[in-house]
Each structure stands twice: as structure tokens, then as C-alpha cells.
Write a new protein. Structure first.
Length: 267
């Protein structure tokens, strides 16, 4: 087999590469400023409105095929490793019921909650069609319904934790969840992970912070907040550790493999 000789790029090829990289950086910077501006212009209330509208429009999240597709491999691994002694599980941000259906098939008794009424309608219809007798309750955004009792373990639906803005709000949410998990019980959360070095996140943060100051807003913006189609907070290992500890959980497992996720044990 003959190899193709590597030739030195021409001046025109070098020029294209240089301008293409410059254009990509420029577009990324413009996108970051755009996101930062709207992050600064909106508060938690508006974030939730945007998130709700997007989830309503995403038909796949309301489809039977998705909600009957089972757990992701990393979710299944966490359930096998940390929930083997559990009989009852509470699911937050339960959406259309994907986790509930899969865990019920594995023999768990599962209940769930979500802050979007449209998801409650979807999940109740799908669960009924599968003869799953789980309770699905409405929750105020970033809160856990008090009506639930105590469960052996808890799971926050896929990436749902990343929709909560503000460190203290996430800590308060975890504390409420803690009240519904027995001592020694596991809680699984999943989240988008913050890159160690990203000028885009820095630019988003600085832009949003400046806009909040101009608005005299009391709500703080955090590095890792992003508004791309909807609000997400990208979390670092240190943040997850801090928030779990403040809420009364011992961080037992942390991984960014396949998707950011962590296990906290109720202390």
C-alpha cells in the first residue's frame, strides 16, 4: 500500500484555516455575550418559564418510545451499585416517567414529582398504560412536595439538578429531598460539568454580572450559568461537594464519565 505524501499547505490553505478559526472564535464570543445579556436580564422566574416552554415543545420527552427506553447505562450502574438495598425510591424531575417505569420493572416501588403540569399529564397517561401504580405529584419549581413520606433512596431525574439556579437554592432543594430519604439512603443527582478553563463561560458570567448590576438585581449570577435554548448551571466537583455537604449528604461517588453524576448518602 502506497502512502499519500504530506505536502506543505499552500498560502491559500493557511489563510482559510486562520480565518476559519478566527470566525469560530468570534461567533462563540458573540454567542457568549448574547447568553450573558439574557442571563442578566432574566431572573429565576423567567428561567423556569423558558425551561417549561422548551420541554412542552420537545415532543420526544412526551413520547412513549422515549419514556419506555429504560435507564442510561450510567444510571443503571448507579442503581445496581448503590440502590440494591432499597425498596422504595422517590424521583425528582420525573418528567414523562422514564425512570419510574424502568425502576418499577426492576422491582422498586417508585413515586415522583415534577414542576411542569404537562409532564404530570404525560407521565400519568403512560404509567396508567403500563399498569404502574406510582404517585406523581406537582411540585413548585426547586422544591420537593411535603406530602411524600420517607423513602429508602432518591433520584433526581436526568440533568434536572442543572436547571436550579443559585447555590443556596440547590442546597435548599437537597435539604428538602434529604427529609424524604432515610438515614444512610442514597441520592443520585446528574448535572452538566463545568470545563476547567473556558473563556466562553467567563464571558457569559462577566456579561450577565454587569447587566445585573445595571438592573440593580438582587439575584446573583454564577460562573457556569448558561442560557442556551434554556437555563443550565454547569457544576464543578467542588460545587457538588459543597452543596451535598451543606444539605447533609456525604458525597460517596462523583464521575463525569458519560454524564456528570454523583451519589450522596443521607447523613
Amino acid at each position: 500500500m502506497t502512502s499519500i505524501p504530506i505536502t506543505k499547505p499552500s498560502r491559500r490553505a493557511k489563510l482559510f484555516i486562520k480565518f476559519d478559526r478566527f470566525l469560530n472564535r468570534l461567533l462563540n464570543a458573540i454567542r457568549a455575550v448574547h447568553q450573558g445579556f439574557w442571563l442578566g436580564m432574566m431572573d429565576r422566574k423567567y428561567y423556569n418559564e423558558v425551561i417549561g416552554k422548551v420541554y412542552i415543545d420537545w415532543k420526544s420527552y412526551h413520547a412513549d418510545d422515549y419514556n419506555k427506553s429504560g435507564l442510561w447505562p450510567w444510571e443503571a450502574d448507579m442503581v445496581e451499585r448503590y440502590f440494591s438495598n432499597c425498596k422504595t425510591i422517590l424521583i425528582g424531575a420525573a418528567g414523562g416517567g422514564r425512570e419510574i417505569i424502568s425502576l418499577t420493572e426492576r422491582g422498586f416501588q417508585v413515586d415522583g414529582f415534577d414542576c411542569f403540569p404537562e409532564f404530570l399529564d404525560t407521565s400519568k397517561a403512560i404509567l396508567s398504560s403500563q399498569n404502574v401504580t406510582s404517585r406523581m405529584l406537582y411540585a413548585e419549581p426547586d422544591h420537593v412536595p411535603e406530602e411524600f413520606g420517607v423513602y429508602d433512596g432518591g433520584i433526581m431525574g436526568w440533568s434536572g439538578y442543572s436547571h436550579i439556579s443559585g447555590t443556596q437554592n440547590r442546597v435548599n432543594f437537597l435539604r428538602e429531598f434529604h427529609q424524604h430519604i432515610q438515614k444512610g439512603g442514597p441520592l443520585l443527582i446528574s448535572f452538566f460539568t463545568l470545563p476547567e478553563d473556558s473563556y466562553q463561560f467567563d464571558l457569559i458570567y462577566l456579561t450577565a454580572k454587569a447587566v445585573r448590576r445595571v438592573r440593580f438585581s438582587r439575584e446573583k449570577v454564577e460562573r457556569g450559568d448558561i442560557l442556551t435554548e434554556m437555563f443550565f448551571h454547569y457544576a464543578s466537583h467542588e460545587e457538588v461537594q459543597h452543596e451535598m455537604t451543606q444539605a447533609g449528604f456525604d458525597l460517596t461517588h462523583y464521575s463525569v464519565k458519560m454524564f456528570g453524576h454523583a451519589i450522596g448518602i443521607a447523613a
